[in-house]
Design a protein around this ligand. Structure first.
Ligand code: PAF
Length: 279
């Protein structure tokens, strides 16, 4: 596996990988890799001849009071995992390479970026869309893979790719969970044992609400019960616990549309997001 941090060297290496018409997959990450990321790499290997992963902790998607300076970093271990997972190239640009002096452009996917996490974290999805658009232009993959754990991020990226005519297939990969159901996340590294235990209420509340709605139960009552369960477990604040259209993320999905339950809430200094398909 080659590791590259320079855009020109990346272009040359990508041309090499693409020789003989090879199909290229991109797995964008911010590092601190876990089994969820490796599931993306494994899926990428099924869908392409060559796999490129990127590691870049993107300052533009962190708010002023968020955890940019303490975000977990484990570059040597990450590189080993990617190599062992069959990744062909690791793209690891610096902040100065991604955002050189004078950088002035923003990709903004309006509407969908303003809902839910966008409301709780203003500017977050502009940062995500901007960096993902750059990664797409740098690597020019045929297919790119993202975890369903960040469900709104996936929906924003799908909208951007459709709107801006990126000729890239976007694949959402189901959330990897620990045996007890907690969704894997790099930020789980922050948790105390007690917090981790309390956090299990989140996947459980989603599972209960989804089960109730699936069998025709009253959605409002199921959501209210879910919020109550989270509050009881110590989540505070609860940013949202909602039933949405799985494509647009609009609340109160119309009949016949695929539905998703989405939630975000905080325990201590850790903010959790999770989601579940209803249909
Ligand atoms: O999901 C992530 O790790 C990041 O938001 C992404 C897509 C790599 C963009 O920085």
């Amino acid at each position: 596996m080659q590791t590259i941090d320079d855009v020109n060297a990346l272009r040359t290496a990508i041309s090499g990988l693409r020789r003989d018409g090879a199909r290229i997959a991109l797995v964008p990450t911010m590092g601190a890799l876990h089994a969820g990321h490796m599931a993306l790499v494994a899926e990428a290997r099924q869908r392409a001849d060559k796999v490129v992963a990127s590691i870049f902790v993107n300052p533009k998607q962190f708010g002023a009071h968020e955890d940019l300076s303490t975000y977990p970093r484990a570059e040597a271990a990450d590189a080993r995992m990617l190599k062992d997972g069959g990744c062909d190239l690791l793209w690891m640009p610096s902040v100065a390479t991604m955002y050189p002096d004078g950088f002035a452009s923003t990709v903004s996917v309006s509407g969908i970026s303003d809902l839910w996490d966008g409301a709780a974290r203003p500017g977050h999805f502009d940062g995500v869309a901007t960096v993902v658009a750059k990664l797409f232009n740098q690597v020019r993959p045929d297919v790119a893979l993202f975890g369903e754990k960040d469900f709104q991020q996936l929906a924003v990226i799908r909208r951007m790719v459709a709107d801006l005519d990126f000729a890239i297939e976007i694949v959402g990969v189901p959330t990897e969970r620990a045996d007890d159901g907690l969704a894997l996340s790099s930020r789980n590294a922050y948790l105390t044992d007690e917090e981790r235990h309390s956090a299990l209420a989140l996947p459980r509340a989603l599972g209960e609400a989804a089960a109730a709605i699936r069998v025709g139960g009253d959605a409002k009552a199921a959501l209210a019960h879910g919020v109550e369960r989270l509050r009881h477990a110590g989540f505070d604040p609860i940013d949202y616990f909602a039933l949405v259209d799985a494509e647009t993320l609009a609340p109160d999905p119309a009949a016949g549309r695929a539905r998703r339950l989405i939630a975000a809430a905080r325990i201590g200094r850790t903010r959790f997001i999770d989601n579940l398909a209803v249909d």
